[in-house]
Every structure is written in structure tokens, then in C-alpha cells.
Design a protein around this ligand. Sequence first.
Ligand code: PBG
Ligand code: ZN
Length: 323
Amino acid sequence: MKTLIQRPRRLRINSHLRALVSETTVSSKHLIQPLFIKEGLKTKKPIPSMPGQYQWSLKDCALEAKSCYQAGIPAVILFGIPQKKNSQGSYAHAANGIIQKAIDAIKNKCPELLVISDVCLCEYTSHGHCGLINKKGSVDNDATLDILSQVAVSHAKAGADMVAPSDMMDGRIGAIRAALDTKGYSNTPIMSYAVKYASPLYATFRDAARSKIQFGDRKDYQMDYANAKEALREARLDEKQGADILLVKPALFYLDIISKISQASSLPVAAYQVSGEYMMINALSQNAGYSKKELIHESFVAIKRAGAQMIVSYFAKEWARLV
Ligand code: PBG
Ligand code: ZN
């Protein structure tokens, strides 16, 4: 008698069946486009280290946001670049600050677009750190919480649909939640950068957002990429303090972390495909034989397959237009 050889075999797939059996799909509806808005600019300015990305003027940012929406992107995340910085980062919560004006302009031009605001101090402090610096020269966690809360409230007041704290101070989600609730913004959700690793992949962002640190590094408050368990601890704490969405950053080198967080938490998970990842895919696609569209697609599918529901990516609008 012939033995039946058991072997794994792929489905006999035609294109309709492929769509039916597909476990992971990505659509423009899952993407968030980051936008940099720079105070004092007259027109958009290309970011030399990130080809295809711009610093937008206040005047142009609303048009660009609308064009993202028209391309099929449901959300943007905004980073402000102020003209003046100081040691306290106080322009971050100025009522007429660049980001507050940008939020207002974008919501006026395109009310359907979900506007997420990055809440951090590093673009606003003269020293470039994400928090206040004490006399000993290190970040003062608790003193920073109050400022971050003021920043988040000022964004909500300007019309932000969601705030996204990226500073990594301990206790910030609870502090920001309490401040939003007290000031009448209890319906404003928080997307927490719960898990943010200290990574060399952010180098070009710091160029784009002009937030290079003047001394020390961010390893005191960002996480060590050798460790995964700490990520679960951070996520659990943020969830307890009232986070609505947990974000993991960077994305592609951290698929295991995305997977762990999405299994450990019942909250939606977001992933940030950071500037260095954008550079990698761009660099690869310059070579003959590589399809940029497919590279982007594969990276998005990998991130979603790992367990993220949404992806922050500099490719968002570009990809939405390719598909
Ligand atoms: C600021 C912030 C950074 C990024 C997002 N928010 C920079 C940093 O932590 O140094 C990085 C994004 C990117 O590289 O695309 N807190
Ligand atoms: Zn920061």
C-alpha cells in the first residue's frame, strides 16, 4: 500500500481566494500621517535628511492635512517646532503657540480628520530633553508632570481629538488624565507612547523637529532595547492610569514587543514606524528591482500581523495614493 505523504502544502490560491483567506489586511484607514509644523515659515521646507517630508508653515499645514484626508488617511499626528525655546519648554503650552494654532487651523479646514497631538517638551526646551532638568543636571520626573498636563490641556482646548504623550515620564498618563478631566475634557482620549525604546532610529527625526539634545542622552527615561518585560510593565501601568491606546515605538525591530503587548492588554495597540525605518525603506527602494509599494506594504502587514491595529508612518499619504 502506498503511504500517504503528509506535507505542508500551500493553498491552491487564485486572487479571489487569496483575499478570502487573508489573515492580515492593511488599508489606508489604519494609517496615521505625522506632520511637522514650524513657526515662522512662509512656505513648506523640505527636510533634507528625510526626502519627501516637509516642515509645514502654519498657512500650508491645514491644506496638507486635508490632502491626507482626501487621500484616505483618517488621522494625522502633529509635531510643533517653535521659534523660541527655553529651559522650561513653556511655549509648549502657550495658548497661541504654533501647535495650538495648527490644531485649530486643521480642525477648521477639515473637521472630519482626527487630529492627534504629540505631547512632549523636547521640541520646546533649549536643552532638548523631554522633561525639566534639575540642578544636578538630570531630568526631574515629577516637576515635568505638571507642565505636560498643561500642554495636553492646551491641545485639547485648541481642538485636538486625541493627545499622545511621548515623553516617557513616570506617572504622566495619570497626571494628564486627571488634568483633562478637571478641565472638562474627559472625552479626550490618550494615546500613550507606553513603550518607547531608546533607539538610534530617531536620529533624523531630531533633525526634522530640531530637538537634538545638548547634553546627556534619553536613556534615563527611554527603555533599553535589551529588555522586553519592562515593556509589559510600562503598558500595564499606563493602562491602569487611563490610557486609551498603547503605542509601541519603533515598530519593525520591535515586532515581538507589539505582539506581547497586544496579547497582554485589551487596549488597542498602535505602532510608530519611525524616521529611521522610513530611511531604510527609502534607501532600499532606490535600488533596481525593489518595489517601494511592496516594501511599504510588507512592513505594514508585518506590523499588523504582530498585533497593532494602527500604524503611524511617514509613508501614510504616499502609500494611500499608491493603492
Ligand atoms: C519626541 C519624539 C521623538 C519621536 C517621536 N516623538 C524623538 C525622540 O524621542 O527622540 C521619534 C519619531 C521618529 O523618529 O520618527 N518625544
Ligand atoms: Zn520628547
